[in-house]
Design a protein around this ligand. Structure first.
Ligand SMILES: NC(=O)c1ccc[n+]([C@@H]2O[C@H](COP(=O)([O-])OP(=O)(O)OC[C@H]3O[C@@H](n4cnc5c(N)ncnc54)[C@H](OP(=O)(O)O)[C@@H]3O)[C@@H](O)[C@H]2O)c1
Length: 242
């Protein structure tokens, strides 16, 4: 049910954090996985080697057409996890247009572009898995990340919409929604003991998740085990959104 032998996959933003954990797990279950980051070829190559593959691609998803360029290198794929994102911490009334554009382009527009580029091939093969990555901020927005949260809400809408249209072709489209996960992105913020205490107080489980906590959920949604699950939000947050 979870076997991915013969499947070809891309996990965007997989040189660290949640993307790395997803890539590691998909590859452990037999998929050939492309490792990806924005621009550092050496890093992508090194991480791919760590996972025992020479499949890697780079490309800044904030640049229009990046998905198309990735497709030129990877060809059609069975599984795409649109995991990469950017976030800026700025009070809502000070958010400059550049930060708005960057978050909307990297997080939202690239998710649509990856769908547009990769899903038609999946439909033709009558099997495909598209995994978007949302955030607990869809339900518990952080005061300094209004646009980041909005980009994740918009991704959820995209997932609902496209999932319904491609289900008849054996393609599922889902949204993995993490809570607070210990990744390099959060290192600095969680190193502040006062801030960490405040964050943990809002998590019923009482602790922040590890990247691997997201990997099993991703495997479910990317394998045959998840063939009847589409358009869903799978929340992995220790209860934070409740
Ligand atoms: N960590 C959390 O607590 C948490 C909570 C909720 C949701 N999420 C979501 O989970 C996903 C992964 O988060 P994470 O914490 O693991 O992130 P992370 O540690 O910041 O890693 C981000 C990855 O995305 C890549 N990336 C960033 N900007 C990119 C761009 N413009 N083009 C291409 N690749 C880019 C990075 O590569 P470079 O080094 O090249 O930039 C890196 O590989 C994100 O969608 C995030 O919004 C995370």
């Amino acid at each position: 049910m979870f076997d991915l032998t013969g499947k070809r996959a891309l996990v965007t933003g997989s040189t660290q954090g949640i993307g790395y954990a997803i890539a590691k797990t998909l590859s452990r279950y037999g998929a050939q996985v492309y490792i990806h980051c924005s621009s550092d070829d050496e890093k992508a190559k090194r991480i791919a080697a760590e996972l025992g593959t020479d499949l890697w691609v780079t490309g800044d998803l904030g640049i229009q057409g990046c998905a198309e360029k990735l497709y030129e290198k990877t060809g059609g794929l069975d599984i795409v996890a649109a995991n990469a994102s950017v976030q800026f911490r700025t009070p809502w009334d000070e958010i400059p247009p550049e930060e708005f554009d960057r978050q909307i382009n990297v997080n939202l527009r690239s998710t649509l572009e990856l769908m547009q580029v990769y899903i038609p091939g999946m439909q033709a093969k009558k099997w495909g898995r598209f995994l978007a990555v949302g955030s607990v901020q869809q339900y518990r927005p952080h005061a300094q990340m209004a646009v980041y949260a909005a980009s994740k809400c918009a991704i959820q809408s995209l997932v609902h919409n496209v999932a319904k249209q491609v289900a008849c072709d054996g393609v599922t489209v889902n949204n993995l929604v993490p809570g607070v996960i210990e990744t390099p992105r959060n290192d600095a913020a969680l190193a502040d003991a006062g801030y960490a205490r405040k964050v943990l107080a809002g998590i019923p489980a009482g602790y922040a998740g590890k990247p691997d906590d997201c990997a099993g959920a991703a495997l479910l949604l990317c394998s045959d085990a998840g063939r009847y699950i589409t358009g869903t939000e799978l929340v992995v947050d220790g209860g934070m959104s409740l």
